[in-house]
Design a binder for this molecule. Structure first.
Ligand code: HEC
Ligand code: HEC
Length: 348
């Protein structure tokens, strides 16, 4: 089985090299051999992991996940009773909200674009600027934040305690423990760790199915890993290094440097987002300023602002129209066909 997969991958690489670099000169053979081995290495580095991690002080259990899902979708945890985590992290909009900047409990605009929660089990620290160390820490923030759900933690806890269905769900998920804000956050974090993108055409291609993606997408994969240098930051199976970089978006938001001042490369630096299912999630960037993947690629090609904090990986790319179309075709192969997630019945 595994042997079959490896042979399949080698076959893909050879086919890919032929598409990417049709050769007319014999001396290019050596370059092709090197490119083939590089491409094989790239392909290996994008394989999906077998398991989802969870921390030892909050191991994932089915009871916590079910409870956390109810809490995630429950608008009773907001001051107005009208918005839940899922209002902004909406499963049918790629777990974000489709707006450049989201709207909080009072109808006010938030300061940054709502990121997806897809694959967050792997992506601590959280937030565009990395200010929350763990999912458990992060989950407590939006409930109490006046701009988001606007409900103090003690009010959240008394609300939950007043609902018999939650009392019994907590008793099963956290036997012998009180209902408190830490356990509310643990349950929500456990649910979030189950929000994982499924297999995409790209994964089928890695496993040797040549027909799973188009020739344009295969060329786009090579551009992504070589001339466009995207993979220097969008690495691993999730296509992120979980690092913070200034990619040259104009604006005053200092990003990571607000929490770690005095380090030039962290000014205007934001967390590298996952590119899994990215085609489902316009608009793009921490400020929601880019409406399409084409606009994103034009930004990297030539649209960025230069300043001392700009990443040294961001340079004019001079991509051709074909390179750009190939990159978009490749990014679209990262979209998985997952079952629709529906809101759970809320405890009464
Ligand atoms: C009003 C909209 C809104 C609501 C409601 C909301 N969020 Fe968010 N969420 C955001 C925004 C905006 C950010 C990014 C803020 C930043 O980085 O400064 C964010 C960031 C996050 C992140 C970090 C993702 C990452 O990759 O770093 C997680 C996880 C998250 N929210 C989970 C939740 C949970 C759990 C709830 C409910 C308890 C919730 N959110 C409620 C808008 C919202
Ligand atoms: C220096 C590291 C780096 C390089 C190189 C890089 N990116 Fe990014 N990418 C980031 C960071 C950081 C962000 C978020 C920036 C922000 O919002 O301020 C981002 C955002 C994106 C987004 C938006 C995702 C979302 O959910 O908003 C896409 C799509 C993307 N990059 C694709 C690419 C492609 C394609 C390339 C190559 C042409 C590339 N990136 C090169 C670091 C990088």
């Amino acid at each position: 089985m595994l042997r079959g997969k490896i042979l399949g991958a080698v076959g893909s690489v050879l086919a890919l090299a032929a598409i990417a670099a049709p050769l007319s000169f014999p001396h290019a053979q050596a370059a092709l051999a090197a490119a083939v081995s590089d491409i094989a290495k790239f392909m290996q580095s994008y394989r999906r992991p077998a398991d989802t991690p969870s921390p030892s002080d909050n191991p994932t259990t089915p009871a916590k996940v079910a409870l956390g899902k109810a809490l995630f979708f429950d608008p009773r945890l907001s001051g107005s009773g009208a918005i839940s985590c899922a209002s902004c992290h909406n499963p049918s909009l790629g777990w974000q909200d489709g707006m450049s900047k989201g709207v909080g409990d009072h109808g006010g605009r938030l300061g940054r674009h709502t990121p997806t929660i897809l694959n967050v089990a792997w992506s601590e620290p959280l937030f565009w600027d990395g200010r929350a160390a763990t999912l458990e820490d992060q989950a407590k923030g939006p409930m109490a934040s006046a701009a988001e759900m606007n409900m103090p933690h003690d009010a959240v806890v008394s609300e939950v305690k007043s609902i018999p269905g939650y009392r019994s769900a907590f008793a099963v998920a956290f036997p012998g423990q009180p209902i408190n804000i830490d356990n509310v956050a643990k349950a929500i974090a456990s649910y979030e760790r189950t929000v994982v993108s499924g297999r995409a055409p790209f994964d089928e291609w890695l496993d040797g199915d040549e027909g799973a993606v188009s020739d344009s997408a295969k060329r786009g994969f090579v551009v992504f890993n070589t001339t466009a240098k995207c993979a220097s930051c969008h690495s691993s199976w999730r296509f992120t290094d979980d690092g913070f970089h200034d990619i040259g978006l104009p604006g005053d938001d200092l990003g990571r440097a607000r929490f770690m001042p005095g380090i030039t490369p962290l000014e205007h630096a934001f967390k590298t987002p996952t590119l899994r299912n990215t085609a489902l999630r316009p608009p793009y960037m921490h400020d929601g300023s880019m409406p399409t993947l084409e606009a994103v690629i034009d930004h990297y090609d030539h649209g960025f602002v230069s300043r001392p904090s700009l990443s040294d990986q961001i340079k004019p790319l001079n991509l051709t129209a074909r390179d750009k179309a190939d990159l978009v075709a490749f990014l679209r192969t990262l979209t998985s066909q997952d079952e629709a997630v529906t809101a759970p019945p809320l405890p009464r």
